[in-house]
Design a protein around this ligand. Structure first.
Ligand code: SAH
Ligand code: SF4
Ligand code: F3S
Length: 436
């Protein structure tokens, strides 16, 4: 019988890391670890890291610096680095940060128990292989659910090699999980109270297994009783197959929100980014998606200040944003990443990039507010996730992925209710529950 040891996990980066952190916690659970919210109480601190931009990657080292005194105060404490920085930098982390005991890449974390055994013997352990075996075959069942929504990784890796991006190097080639396994995992999640599943992949709509694409998987999942909502992210404009577009029109459980990153509105820059699609392709795609599901809200990612971006290129991006009208978007100043082709090219100066980012973000914020404002007075469905900060209030998401605060003194998490929207605030809506 082992006594409970405490595990603190900090997750950086995308939803796929959130999913991986849950799976790592479950694996370490079999080793007797229970979660804690306080690093100073922990027997093991695990940083699940992101390499996408320089700031995210450097943050890991400053966090490791802050962990040093904690470990000195508690010498048995183990410190582990997982995720994309672990994959990209490997041994370099052990060299730069003596405080680290263990480094594990995103495809090897099912080996954590064996690695911990080695660390227990006083060694430092590293595993950044892309192993032949499938980690999902070696992980325990899902057990750490945090309410009625869950992530489900269906696809990993990327073969696209956009000129700015580290993901193909940190996550490897595109691999899709077998539909039978995914349906079983989804049924298990629903049996544990999950009502909404977000399918995840670095290129989720490149999903292909046993001759079937993402649309077929969505349609199979939609037949699970008790599963009310399906979403997926992140999709690539070149992998939007016809049936997936059709599913947005005829599959009631597929929610009317789509994150479809375009990155730039200039064909010249798209080409330099190796995106392999044009502005026109994207706009026509948006037209077809909206023809299938007229009320769908779209979101995107944008990079400003990509090498070679001129004022005219940037204006073209603003024009695309005006032409589409987004419900939300993420935008980033270009960050040169080691090993990527774009990192070798002359940079746009920081002041110009910053100024462009501000202009773009103001435009997007305006569109986001307008999309929210359009909901006021309408009836929407909200899946309650938890109690709000105010007494008598629940919070959840609408079908269109708006956060909604609902006045409802008797609501419970997991209820899917009808709500009248009465107000739009900066980043959320407020509403009243309608009687059932
Ligand atoms: N697979 C997804 C996104 C992965 S990364 C896709 O293809 O859309 C998430 C976002 O980070 C990207 O869409 C891009 O906008 C941004 N990003 C990636 N590399 C970046 C870099 N080097 N500098 C700035 N932003 C970057
Ligand atoms: Fe990165 Fe491009 Fe792949 Fe997305 S599609 S993960 S941006 S290389
Ligand atoms: Fe970051 Fe890796 Fe996700 S680099 S965005 S954690 S795939």
């Amino acid at each position: 019988m082992t006594t409970a040891k405490k595990l603190f996990i900090k997750t950086y980066g995308c939803q796929m890391n959130v999913y991986d952190s849950e799976r790592m916690a479950e694996t370490l659970g079999t080793e007797g670890y229970v979660a804690t919210d306080h690093a100073e109480d922990a027997d093991m601190v695990l940083l699940n890291t992101c390499h996408i931009r320089e700031k995210a990657a450097e943050k890991v080292y400053s966090d490791l610096g802050r962990l040093k005194p904690l470990k000195q105060a508690k010498p048995g404490m183990k410190i582990a680095v997982a995720g994309c920085v672990a994959q990209a930098e490997g041994e370099e982390i052990l060299r730069r940060a003596p405080v680290v005991d263990l480094v594990v890449g995103p495809q090897s974390y099912h080996r954590l128990p064996a690695m911990l055994a080695a660390v227990g013997q006083g060694a430092r352990a590293i595993d950044t292989e892309f192993p032949a075996e499938d980690k999902f075959d070696h992980l325990p069942d899902r057990r750490m659910l945090r309410g009625p929504t869950a992530f489900l990784t269906v696809q990993e890796g990327c073969d696209k090699f956009c000129a700015f991006c580290v993901v193909p190097y940190t996550r490897g080639a595109e691999v899709s999980r077998a539909p039978g396994r995914l349906l079983a995992e989804a049924r298990d999640l629903v049996a544990r109270g999950v009502r909404e599943i977000t399918l995840l992949g670095q290129n989720v709509n490149a999903y292909r297994a046993e001759g079937r694409g993402l649309a077929r998987l969505v349609r199979d999942l939609a037949r699970i009783d008790g599963l009310e909502r399906i979403r997926y992210t992140t999709s690539h404009p070149n992998d939007m197959e016809d049936d997936l577009i059709a599913a947005h029109g005829d599959e009631a459980k597929l929610m009317p929100f789509l994150h479809l990153p375009v990155q730039s509105g200039s064909d010249r820059i798209l080409k330099a980014m190796n995106r392999r699609h044009s502005v026109d392709h994207y706009l026509r795609l948006v037209g077809r998606i909206r023809a299938a599901r007229p009320d769908i809200l779209l979101s995107s990612d944008f990079i400003v200040g990509f090498p070679g971006e001129t004022d005219a290129d940037f204006e073209a991006t603003l024009a695309l944003i005006r032409a589409v009208g987004f419900g939300a978007a993420f935008s980033f100043r270009y960050s040169p990443r080691p090993g990527t082709p774009a990192a070798e090219r002359p940079a746009v100066d920081a002041a110009t990039s910053d100024a462009r980012l501000q202009v773009l973000q103001a435009l997007i914020t305006g569109q986001q507010r307008a999309a929210q404002q359009a909901m006021v007075g309408r009836e929407v469905r909200v899946l309650y996730e938890k109690a709000g900060r105010m007494p008598g209030q629940m919070v959840g998401k609408s079908d269109h992925l708006h956060a909604v605060h609902v006045t409802d003194p008797t609501g419970t998490p997991g209820e899917l209710v009808r709500v009248r929207i009465v107000e739009s605030a900066a980043n959320s809506l407020a509403g009243l529950r309608l009687s059932a």
